[in-house]
Ligand binder design. Structure first.
Ligand SMILES: [Zn+2]
Ligand SMILES: [Zn+2]
Length: 149
C-alpha cells in the first residue's frame, strides 16, 4: 500500500509522543523544530530550519536544531537524505524511505506521487529473492521554476 503525506498536526503529535516515550524532554525550542519538520514539504536542511526559527526564537541555537534532529533519527522519526555536495536534508513528515526528485539547479527536493512504487518493490523482491529493508531512489533534473529561467 502506498503511504501518503499525513496532516502536519497529526504527524507532530506522533513525533512528540515517540520522543516522550523514549524519555526525551520536549522543550519549546525542540517543539518548534519538530513543527517545522512535520509540516515542511521542501526537505529543509538543518541550517534552513535554524534560519526559519530564528525570528520567533531568537535564543535558538544551531546545536538545538542538530540535537533535535539526532533524537528524531534515533527514534526513526525523520528521514535523512545525505549529499556530498550539499547539506543533508530532512523529511519529518514521511520518515521512511521514498523516492525524491532533486533539482540540480536550485536544490529543491520534492516527493513525487508514489505511483506503483510499492508494486515495483514487491516485483523486485519476487524476481530476485532479496528482502528489501530500505532503499534510496533519487531522480535528478530541473524543477518547473528552473526550467522557465
Ligand atoms: Zn530548481
Ligand atoms: Zn520526502
Amino acid at each position: 500500500m502506498d503511504k501518503v503525506r499525513i496532516l502536519p498536526e497529526i504527524r507532530l503529535k506522533q513525533m512528540v509522543e515517540k520522543l516522550k516515550k523514549n524519555g526525551f524532554r520536549i522543550t519549546p525550542q525542540r517543539y518548534a523544530v519538530l513543527k517545522v519538520l512535520a509540516q515542511s514539504e521542501n526537505h529543509p536542511s538543518a541550517e534552513r530550519i535554524y534560519e526559519q526559527l530564528l525570528t520567533d526564537y531568537p535564543t535558538m541555537s544551531q546545536a538545538t536544531v542538530y540535537k533535535t534532529i539526532s533524537l528524531l533519527k534515533k527514534t526513526g522519526e525523520v528521514l535523512e537524505l545525505e549529499f556530498s555536495e550539499m547539506s543533508n536534508r530532512y523529511d519529518g513528515n514521511k520518515p521512511y524511505p521514498h523516492p525524491h526528485m532533486i533539482c540540480t539547479k536550485c536544490g529543491t527536493i520534492s516527493d513525487p506521487p508514489m505511483l506503483d512504487f510499492e508494486k515495483l518493490k514487491n516485483k523486485m523482491m519476487e524476481k530476485t529473492g532479496f528482502t528489501i529493508s530500505s532503499h534510496r531512489l533519487d531522480f535528478y533534473g530541473y524543477c518547473p521554476d528552473c526550467q522557465k529561467k
